[in-house]
Design a protein around this ligand. Structure first.
Ligand SMILES: [Zn+2]
Length: 403
């Protein structure tokens, strides 16, 4: 499979020339990048190349050893996704569900408005006061914004805590490190840019006020045991130890992203199981941010209820990308059913414009990873083992299925 893997890397790099968001990370040989950049190819020519590689791979029978079989499935599935992205770049129109299946190897469940309205109705008694539920939630939440001058101290403390808890459970590579930057003018709230050599650049977007709960969310998600750790373990276990070069490139719009986002989100519960998160925030982050620690419990109770609305974000994206509603209506739907401010809804629609069906990777990914880990292990120790093995393996969404 090695020659096919090398061709796959060069193909992904070539797609990156047509689609600037496509290559999220690359740390393989510089000569491969130069070659890919020099070979000018159209989406049609690259589509043809992808088909050729898929055919070559189909001629190799699936190996008996599990890791080798996962590699075979990984290359087959990733190549099918590259080809689907190329067909989109050629102008083919896919529905939201067709796109998520073709690019991410998964389809998110569909929910009607009634489903979300029931959750909204159950929230009502949690948020007393005047005004609509959205107004009351906004007013309540505004008391939990991290003051800008406290942002760096809160984030560094949160990342330290996530790292400490992760390092206690799995071996982090020697010399691993990250840089932290604050940026503006982005459609996302945080980003991990993996540089290779066990180094990441973590960026936090400060366009909108950042709520206190986002510190642990982003610290775990972008850092430990999320994207930074996932990328490092893939590099260590697959690129260095096995020489599987296909893992030196990370195509963003591919099934690997469902595993990346799903493990990054589920990693928050891994690092802070049960009540440990609220306890840490109450004792450490709330005082650092100058917020009242006594109100942490009620804040997290409300937040947990609102989180049940996450699939409304997929629904807005599905209807918007299917052309059933326009951008303004999508923003309205997001405000109504995920209870975010109009400013945040506008940022969210910008994200959907840029990343499209990618939105399913966060919540569906988290649910699939949770089901996979929890079906395989029922103690914290065993769960960390399954989780670490997942972060170091070529497993993709359709290989996560549990009975
Ligand atoms: Zn992410």
């Amino acid at each position: 499979m090695d020659p096919i893997a090398e061709s796959y890397v060069k193909l992904v790099l070539s797609v990156g020339r047509l689609d600037p968001d496509y290559v999220d990370a690359y740390y393989g040989p510089e000569a491969w990048r130069t070659q890919a950049e020099a070979a000018v190819a159209s989406s049609g020519q690259l589509y043809f190349q992808a088909s050729g590689l898929i055919e070559q791979l189909a001629e190799i029978s699936k190996p008996a050893i599990e890791m080798e079989a996962l590699r075979h499935t990984y290359l087959t599935t990733q190549l099918a996704s590259v080809r689907a992205r190329l067909s989109m770049l050629k102008g083919e129109r896919l529905t939201f569900d067709e796109e998520s299946k073709a690019l991410y190897d998964a389809v998110a469940p569909t929910h009607g408005d009634d489903y979300f309205q029931q959750i909204i109705d159950s929230l009502d008694p949690l948020l007393p006061g005047d005004g609509t539920l959205i107004e009351r939630w906004e007013a309540f939440r505004s008391g939990y914004v991290i003051p800008p001058d406290k942002l760096d101290a809160v984030f560094r403390t949160a990342i330290d805590a996530c790292k400490e808890r992760t390092a206690a459970r799995l071996d982090l590579p020697q010399g691993e490190r990250f840089n932290l930057e604050y940026v503006t003018g982005k459609t996302w709230s945080g980003y991990n840019w993996y540089k290779g050599g066990f180094e990441s650049l973590i960026q936090i977007n400060t366009d909108l006020p950042i709520y206190i709960d986002r510190a642990i969310d982003l610290a775990c998600h972008e850092g430990y045991p999320g994207h930074h750790v996932y990328n490092m373990l893939l590099e260590q276990a697959l690129v260095h130890e096995r020489g599987w070069m296909e893992f030196s490139v990370y195509p963003l719009f591919s099934p690997q992203s469902l595993i990346a986002e799903g493990t990054a989100n589920y990693g928050i519960e891994m690092a802070f199981p049960g009540g440990e998160r609220i306890q840490f925030e109450r004792e450490s982050l709330f005082p650092l941010a100058g917020l009242d620690p006594a109100s942490a419990d009620v804040y997290y109770e409300a937040l947990q209820a609102v989180e049940q609305l996450s699939y409304a974000g997929n629904e807005a994206a599905r209807r918007y990308l299917n052309g059933e509603i326009d951008a303004g209506q999508a923003a309205e739907l997001l405000t109504r059913f995920t209870l975010i401010s109009p400013e945040r809804a506008a940022q969210r629609v910008g994200f959907i414009d840029q990343y499209r069906a990618y939105v399913i990777n966060y919540n569906l990914g988290q649910d699939l990873v949770r089901a996979y880990v929890e079906a395989a292990a029922d103690t914290p120790e065993a769960r960390w083992e399954v989780f670490a093995a997942l972060l170091s393996s070529p497993r993709l969404p359709s290989s996560l299925a549990v009975d």
